[in-house]
Ligand binder design. Structure first.
Ligand code: NDP
Length: 438
């Protein structure tokens, strides 16, 4: 077994690292329930929920935490099994992922866009033909989140055990600390059999897909309750669906990013995608269900266009980097030959390899410029809720903290991978995210 990169996982001091790991492990599950309760039963008002706790103390947790019902388990099981079947059996091009730190090259089947189309068409058809009313999902949302919290925790324990007893490749290993292994994961590319990639399932086909399914659910619930969907809800749903369509269009590119190529399958990534994405990422839409806002056509269009522009810029940044890497630098970036740094590094098995770092286009403005349009897009699909409550903006705030931390983690990892070449990149492109500021 190969133990690698553990030092780079701990980019903060050990005390801060353990403190943040234990805090996230213990605080994220109750937070999911609190957010759902506040959105659905407390008018989106943090004050109302706070008042409930002031009156009843911690007993309030016991009162509001829904039990995972049989209906909830059935919904999760049917959805998960359907997505797993699509992942396994829908046709798709063979795609090779990036070379791993241990020198392996994972192979995938690129059928994400097909799975996305089949999922949405099936879901809308079930509604249209009166077989399944999406309102049922909304009405059982608390029980579903509760079941997901427990089920995904067990799933992460199984991943931890699998990492110890039956790792799928040499990109696996223990740090020697059970909490770190559980939190950050043991395996980089865990699989069931040869073909069923667990991280593609958790991150893409369960997590990201559930975001699209829930965005539609919220819109349909509002339509069924009020006899129409408000323009604010339509803008929110449209922007989220455009963003997720972009994701599945580019899914094979996602397999080259940190989530898949660097972060191992543990609580951080897998629990995050199985629970945090369906609950927190979808929360602006959850809020809008019982807070319909009428924006008017003009304002709706402005917000929609601004959101689409941000999603496009974010997509173009990712596309530019990937096209540059795919063509080995022999492409055109903003009408010119790209400027670049040829960086060498050594893999954990001692081989010397070369990577190209793009230093022009979006990647010449700042080293993680693409995070800015990502954050702004989230702002634009939230702002239809206007400003009566803070809670719908929680995702934007969370995303900003996540991406600023991620930029630091990625910089630290790249510095230890590329050494002097990364230093040269930092001299050429001095800002991390916001040009001229940070
Ligand atoms: P990136 O696309 O930023 O990729 C980072 C990797 O790219 C680095 O580790 C390095 O890998 C390589 N790299 C860095 N600089 C350069 C350069 N100048 N030229 C070429 N390659 C470079 O990964 P992310 O996963 O952070 O982001 C991918 C997408 O996902 C983005 O659109 C982001 O906004 C989105 N995202 C969304 C999140 C959400 O929760 N909504 C969370 C995280 C990301 P190597 O080792 O190969 O050199």
């Amino acid at each position: 077994m190969v133990v690698k990169e553990e030092k780079t996982q701990m980019v903060h001091s050990p005390i801060l690292t353990y403190f943040s790991m234990l805090s996230l492990l213990s605080l994220c599950p109750p937070f999911v329930i609190l957010l759902w309760y506040t959105m659905v039963h407390a008018d989106g008002s943090i004050y109302q929920t706070f008042d409930l706790f002031r009156q009843n103390g911690l007993q309030a947790f016991y009162d509001i935490w829904p039990k995972p019902s049989m209906t909830a388990w059935k919904i999760i099981f049917c959805y998960g099994a359907f997505e797993a079947a699509l992942q396994l059996w829908l046709p798709g091009k063979r795609v090779e992922g990036p070379i791993s730190p241990a020198g392996n090259r994972p192979v995938y089947k690129a059928n994400g866009m097909a799975a996305y189309a089949v999922t949405l068409i099936t879901y809308l058809s079930l509604w249209w033909f009166g077989i399944l009313n999406p309102s049922i999902i909304y009405d059982h949302l608390g029980e579903i989140y509760s079941a997901l919290i427990y089920g995904s925790f067990i799933f992460c324990i199984l991943l931890y055990l699998k990492g110890h007893v039956a790792p799928s490749s040499t990109d696996s290993g223990s740090s020697g600390n059970a909490i770190i292994d559980f939190y950050w994961g043991m395996e980089l590319y865990p699989r069931i059999g040869k073909n069923f990639d667990i991280k593609v399932f958790t991150n893409c086909r369960f997590g990201m897909m559930s975001w699209a399914v829930l965005a539609l659910t919220y819109c349909i619930k509002q339509y069924e309750t009020n006899g129409k969907a408000s323009d604010s809800m339509l803008v929110n749903t449209a922007l989220m669906l455009i963003y997720i369509t972009k994701f599945f269009w580019w899914e094979a590119g996602y397999w080259n990013t940190m989530d898949i190529a660097h972060d191992r399958a543990g609580f951080y990534i897998c629990w995050g995608c199985l629970v945090w994405v369906p609950s927190i990422y979808t929360s602006p839409g959850m809020y809008l269900v019982n807070h319909p806002v009428n924006l008017g056509i003009q304002l709706s269009l402005y917000i929609l266009l601004a959101g689409i522009l941000c999603i496009y810029v974010n997509y173009d940044c990712d596309r530019q980097r990937q096209e540059f890497r795919r063509t080995n630098g022999k492409c055109v970036v903003w009408g010119k030959a790209p400027s670049k740094i040829t960086a060498t590094y050594t893999t954990s098995s001692g081989e010397t390899k070369t990577s190209l770092l793009l230093t022009s286009g979006w990647w010449g403005i700042s080293r993680h410029f693409h995070y800015l349009p990502e954050i702004l897009a989230a702002f634009f699909w939230t702002v239809p809720a206007l400003f009566s409550h803070f809670l719908p903006y929680f995702y934007v705030v969370f995303l900003t903290i996540l991406l600023f931390d991620r930029a630091k983690r990625d910089d630290d990892r790249c510095r230890s991978k590329y050494g002097k070449y990364w230093k040269l990149y930092c001299q050429k492109v001095p800002y991390r995210i916001i040009p001229g500021m940070y």
